[in-house]
Each structure stands twice: as structure tokens, then as C-alpha cells.
Design a binder for this molecule. Structure first.
Ligand SMILES: Nc1ncnc2c1ncn2[C@@H]1O[C@H](COP(=O)(O)OP(=O)(O)OP(=O)(O)O)[C@@H](O)[C@H]1O
Ligand SMILES: Nc1nc2c(c(=O)[nH]1)N=C(CO)CN2
Length: 203
């Protein structure tokens, strides 16, 4: 877009577009032409876990500006961060997206998808029908508590690293290094492949 309001423009109802607005519109256009790669972690330990994960993948694909490029195998995992046997086991998976949404809009959409599956937020790391975390967004590194990138605990979670490595063996976690190397620093105990189950890449 270019500002084309030369002096002497014949239509007095047309106002010049401020340069700052032109810049914002140009930036939005550039994003649209330059989709970013984002990695999301999906988890569920209440209700029909597989159906919920598939529903979340389909809802993400239905989002304007989001394309699901890869879906990992399903893992059944012991709840991380809470007392043993205090919660049902999780199903976890990782999806790789291409998106023209900025990180803040992707987080909003992730929350909307969680809510669509009746996610209730009461206790930290409490059981949930659906958890959608943004593991990484392009190379962005940010310590903003509203959206920390990469996810501040992704590097220590086998339930994220194992499925991510399955779909992107060469993946790097920005600021932390190769996922393959991070996998050597965590235990895979309690992270079991459910080879009998499958999540579909949306058509
Ligand atoms: N990378 C991120 N992905 C998702 N949420 C994030 C991220 N960084 C910060 N947040 C913030 O964390 C808040 C709490 O998120 P949520 O309830 O999903 O946490 P949790 O899943 O219980 O725990 P954890 O953050 O350890 O996965 C969200 O409201 C969100 O603003
Ligand atoms: N196994 C497992 N444990 C968790 C998970 C999860 O998705 N899987 N999510 C949590 C909060 O994000 C806390 N603990």
C-alpha cells in the first residue's frame, strides 16, 4: 500500500492516510505473505481424550490464517508436576503449524479452542479436558508472562519433546538448542507411545 494523496487531490472528502497507518498495513501484508512456523503442545486427561485432541486439531485448522502441517503420534503420559496417581494419565501430542497470525492472536485462538472443549481453569496443573500450549513461534524469544516464548517448561517436558522429535527430528527449541539433545536431559519414563491410536492431519 502506498499513500497517494498528492497535493491538489480533487476529492475533498478523502483524508490523507497517516504514514504510521500505512506502515501498520504494510507490516500486516508482509506477515500474510510470510507465514511463521509454530509448534503447539496438546494435552488432555479428562473426558474422551483422543476425540478432544482430534477436535482441537480440526478447530486449529478451521482458524483463518492457520494451517496444520504435521501431527505427531499420540502418547499416554503420567501427569507431570503433580503427585503420582493424583490425576488420570494424559494423552499428549504435538502439532506443527504455519500461521499468519501474530503470537498474541495464536494464544487467543488456543484459549478459545480450550474453552470450546470446556476447559476449566482452577488449580495450577489441575486435570483438564484440553490444554493447548504454544511451545515455540518462529525464532521468537520473550519473557512476557502472558506469552512466554518458547514455553518456559517445554525443554524439561518429555511429553512435549518426544512427540515433537517424532515429527521434526531436526527441530531446535529457540534459546535451548536441538530437541534431540534436550531429549537426553529428560527421562522418558511415563511417556508411552499409543501405537493403537492415531490423530489425523486435517484434509
Ligand atoms: N507459551 C505459552 N503457551 C501458553 N500459555 C502461555 C505461554 N506463556 C505464557 N502463557 C500463559 O500461561 C497462562 C496459564 O496457562 P495454562 O493454564 O495453560 O497453564 P498450565 O497449562 O496449567 O501450566 P503450564 O504453563 O506449566 O503448561 C495462560 O493464561 C497464558 O497467558
Ligand atoms: N503428562 C502431562 N503432564 C502435564 C501436562 C500434560 O499435558 N501432560 N500439562 C500440564 C500443564 O500444562 C501439567 N502436567
Amino acid at each position: 500500500m502506498t499513500a497517494s494523496f498528492a497535493a491538489g487531490h480533487s476529492d475533498p472528502t478523502v483524508q490523507p492516510v497517516p504514514a504510521s497507518v500505512v506502515q501498520q498495513v504494510d507490516a500486516a501484508d508482509a506477515t500474510l505473505h510470510n507465514p511463521k512456523r509454530a509448534v503447539l503442545s496438546l494435552g488432555s486427561n479428562l473426558g474422551n481424550r483422543l476425540e478432544t485432541l482430534q477436535g482441537a486439531i480440526d478447530a486449529l485448522e478451521d482458524t483463518p490464517g492457520v494451517r496444520v502441517k504435521a501431527v505427531s503420534p499420540v502418547y499416554e503420559t503420567e501427569p507431570w508436576g503433580v503427585a503420582a496417581d493424583s490425576q488420570p494419565s494424559y494423552f499428549n501430542a504435538v502439532v506443527v503449524l504455519k500461521t499468519t497470525l501474530p503470537p498474541s492472536s495464536l494464544l487467543e485462538r488456543a484459549h478459545a479452542v480450550e474453552e470450546a472443549f470446556n476447559r476449566v481453569r482452577d488449580e495450577r496443573w489441575g486435570p483438564r479436558t484440553l490444554d493447548v500450549d504454544i511451545v515455540s513461534y518462529a525464532e521468537v524469544v520473550s519473557d512476557d508472562p502472558v506469552l512466554t516464548l518458547p514455553h518456559p517448561r517445554a525443554h524439561e517436558r518429555a511429553f512435549v519433546l518426544v512427540p515433537w522429535h517424532d515429527v521434526e527430528p531436526e527441530a531446535q527449541l529457540p534459546g535451548r538448542g536441538p530437541v534431540a539433545a534436550l531429549l537426553d536431559t529428560v527421562t522418558r519414563n511415563g511417556v508411552e507411545a499409543r501405537k493403537d491410536l492415531e490423530l489425523r492431519l486435517p484434509e
